[in-house]
Design a protein. Sequence first.
Length: 134
Amino acid sequence: MAEHTGGCLCGAIRYTIAIDPPVQAVCHCRNCQKQAGSAYSMLVGVPAAAIAITGEPSVYMDRGDSGAAVTRQFCGTCGSPLFSLVEAAPGMVFVKAGTLDDTSGFRPSAQFWTRSRQAWVDLGPVPEFDTVPG
């Protein structure tokens, strides 16, 4: 079992993940695109009990394309998006993988909301889902 660390750009918020993330994925939904300011969001999903957070993230309440509530947490100082808590996946924390100190192990096993994927994005053989599998 590896320990994974990360945090925001300014260092005000840090986290430690005590397990290898069981979920590694890319989300192409429009809200993730807007929050990331990019074509997609790289995510690792971990059980809430497996992550320790220092610092106090700011919160933005959102609704996903599915209509489910999404609590988006970010650094109130530097603005780095950090975590998403998704009503449809209780007990999980979705960490923005770009905030990991070492991103070299990130290997998405799925990509979600591909119906809103940017036309020029090609992640190769990573399985695709138009929305989120049910």
